[in-house]
Design a protein around this ligand. Structure first.
Ligand code: HAM
Length: 414
């Protein structure tokens, strides 16, 4: 029964078969955030367009090409959020969170929207989990942020993860460096791709990210910001590295690391998983000391990251997962159907995951269905109060006492 309607391009339905693996990722993240004191925050899925233009940056691909922007009925320009950091900074300012003890540590999970060309690991509606620590410039906050994401990926068992680390320096140092870089690009203008050439002034750093061969050759000889870091920037970066070393977190310094958002200053990082192919980044982030000021607030340093839930699930290759059931209540005698439903409710109250037949199947049909839903045991209600307990793995079946059912089901195998 194919419908003439399909989910819009670049989107997907989360079906019950894949909802469990997804929930496991969100649960693991929530646990890690809560243990480290990152309180959950949720912001709307749409915001004023201006927030992202200012926050993410007009020269970025996200703002130039990828935003879902529309006019609402009041004539305002609205955008479906392409990322979570600018909205959280907006909320920080709007709710006067600078009056709270600093840093304010926040965590989030939810859908984000980018009009990108869909491919494996890249969607137009995707889901991120993320954390932000706002109100501190301490390298300890950078290291903690990185450690939280490293912990999450390790706890979930994401294979083949590598951490790439870089620093963009402070805005002043970066400006001087950018002039040097632009001069290098201009000197080699003829070999650059059109896209990079057009953006020499607007966003020269993106040249490091280009997949154009000519541009790559020019960039191999380009100066890097990491080589140019000095003073407090160099000290800050050295401390972040020392903290990661002490915590036993392996990383690789990537002097050409760039990220697709304009707000980063100093530390940037990226967790990649080679098995993922072209879209290999499972998560990343960095410090954004100028963003809150950019949005009209007081100078407020901050650091954070976001990870893509779909990328994590792809890396884990375990989208499909059944929840499993403690028991299925079957009836061998039609007269027992009502009792089965009441008993299922009773067992559920006691915390067991129990299903009951809702489709009037024969006993054979019920056993088959119990197997399909992943029930570990089947309780078979017979006429006159008789109860049989069947272990689905061994196939062993024996009579039991209704009074002891809860203990029997709650005991072994739980
Ligand atoms: P981002 O690198 O743009 O950073 O996105 C973070 C993660 O979201 C990526 O590493 C990737 O796993 C996932 N992601 C991005 N775009 C897509 C897509 N089209 N389809 C599937 N997954 C995607 C940010 O969004 C920053 N707000 C991170 C941050 C927080 N920096 C500081 N604080």
């Amino acid at each position: 029964m194919a419908s003439k309607y399909q989910a819009p391009r670049g989107t997907f339905d989360v079906l019950p078969g894949n909802a469990h693996a997804r929930a496991r990722v969100e649960r693991a993240a929530a646990e890690i955030f809560s243990r480290a004191g990152y309180e959950p925050i949720a912001t709307p899925v749409f915001e004023d367009t201006d927030l992202f233009e200012r926050g993410v940056g007009r020269s970025t691909d996200i703002v130039r090409k990828e935003m879902f922007t529309f006019e609402d009925k009041g004539g305002r320009s609205i955008t479906l959020r392409p990322e979570g950091t600018a909205p959280i900074c907006r909320a920080y300012l709007e709710h006067g969170m600078h009056k709270l003890a600093q840093p304010v540590k926040l965590s989030y999970a939810g859908p984000f929207f980018r009009h990108e060309r869909p491919q494996a690991g890249r969607y137009r509606q995707f889901h991120q989990i993320g954390a932000e620590a706002i109100g501190t410039d301490s390298p300890f906050a950078d290291a903690e942020a990185i450690m939280l994401l490293a912990d999450l990926l390790a706890e979930l068992g994401v294979p083949g993860v590598e951490l790439r680390l870089g620093s963009l320096g402070s805005p002043v140092a970066r400006r001087a460096y950018l002039e040097e870089l632009k001069a290098h690009l201009r000197a080699n203008e003829g070999e650059l791709s059109k896209d990079v050439r057009e953006r020499i002034d607007l966003n020269p750093l993106r040249a490091f990210d280009s997949d154009d061969e000519g541009t790559q050759a020019v960039m191999a000889g380009a100066p890097t910001i990491v080589e140019r870091l000095d003073g407090e920037d160099a000290e800050h970066f050295a401390e972040v590295r020392a903290l990661l070393d002490t915590a036993g977190i392996a990383y690789e310094i990537d002097p050409t690391l760039v990220r697709g958002l304009d707000y980063y200053t100093r530390t940037i990082f990226s967790f990649v998983c080679e098995g993922l192919g072209a879209q290999s980044e499972v998560g990343g982030g960095g410090r954004y000391d100028g963003l809150i000021e950019q949005l009209g607030g007081p100078a407020t340093p901050a650091v954070g990251w976001a990870a893509g839930i779909e990328r994590i699930l792809l890396a884990l290759e375990e989208d499909e997962e059944t929840a499993g059931r403690d028991a299925f209540l079957a009836v061998a005698d039609e007269g027992q159907r009502r009792r089965a439903l009441a008993l299922a409710s009773e067992l559920r109250h006691a915390g067991l995951a129990v299903e009951v037949d809702l489709a009037g199947r024969s006993l054979k049909g019920q056993l088959k269905h119990a197997d399909r839903v992943g029930a570990r045991r089947v309780v078979i209600l017979e006429s006159e109060g008789g109860v049989q307990l069947r272990d689905m793995e061994s196939g062993e079946q024996r009579p039991t006492d209704a009074a002891h059912l809860l203990e029997e089901l709650g005991g072994a195998g739980r």
